[in-house]
Design a protein around this ligand. Structure first.
Ligand code: ADP
Ligand code: 5GP
Length: 206
């Protein structure tokens, strides 16, 4: 890579990134997975990765505080607002958005490396980010996860027990906007029965 990287970049480089990259016959595929907060995106991907550990999921940066059990570098890179804004300024993010009061973004370099190697990369991101990716990478395959009903979505967010009332309200408000945009996506999967939704996702990603 000849990209100029800021000191922050070390945090986001993947450990194999210095290996010579043999040019693959075809570049890898970028897959975007979107859907309202609480619909079950993380649960679906976690299940798929348990069965297929080789599935490459991009790790996002965020200014949100870690939830119980979340690990820096695994679930997210948890960074300050100052640091996130420096990454934006340095062009280190493939896409980014503000969601429910926090910044979220995809570190560019690890994704570029995987795509150049011919691998598939999955971005689990919200709507504004998905739209940015669609603009920059028209070939990206975009999947939208749909809840069985708005009531069930609210129940899942509440039962998850990880957000305070203000955050729940912001997420539910945003979910209405996101659901209205489902038609912009190449594929919609309803996450009602978990096993069926995992199987449907596996059909597309494996
Ligand atoms: P997201 O990553 O989209 O914000 P999560 O994966 O955190 O959503 O899921 C939100 C909550 O919904 C979790 O408590 C999870 O266990 C639950 N959940 C996910 N999928 C299903 C499903 N098919 N049926 C019932 N509950 C589900
Ligand atoms: P949560 O706080 O529930 O982990 O995530 C909130 C929302 O941010 C979810 O819809 C999730 O998909 C989205 N998100 C996570 N990482 C990114 C990212 O890198 N970019 C964008 N645009 N959204 C993200």
């Amino acid at each position: 890579m000849t990209q100029t990287l800021s000191p922050d970049a070390a945090l986001f480089s993947n450990e194999a990134s210095d290996e010579p990259i043999a040019a693959p016959a075809t570049p890898g595929r970028l897959v975007v997975l979107t859907g309202p907060s609480g619909v079950g995106k993380g649960t679906l991907l976690h299940r798929l990765r348990q069965e297929h550990p080789g599935l490459y999921l991009s790790t996002s940066a965020t200014t949100r505080a870690p939830r119980e059990g979340e690990e820096h570098g695994k679930d997210y890179y948890f960074v300050s607002r100052e640091r996130f804004e420096a990454m934006i300024a340095a062009g280190e993010l493939l896409e980014w958005a503000e969601f429910a009061g926090n910044y979220y973004g995809t570190p560019r370099q690890p994704v570029t490396v995987q795509i150049e190697r011919g691998n598939q990369v999955i971005l689990e991101i919200e709507l504004k980010g998905a739209r940015q990716v669609a603009q920059s990478f028209p070939a990206a395959f975009k999947i939208f996860i749909v809840p069985p009903s708005p009531e069930e979505l609210e129940r899942r967010i509440r039962d998850r027990g990880q957000d305070d009332e203000a955050a729940i309200t912001r997420r539910l408000e945003r979910s209405r906007v996101e659901l209205d945009a489902a038609d912009e996506f190449d594929l919609q999967i309803v996450n009602d029965n978990l096993e069926q939704a995992v199987a449907r996702l596996a059909d597309v990603l494996l």
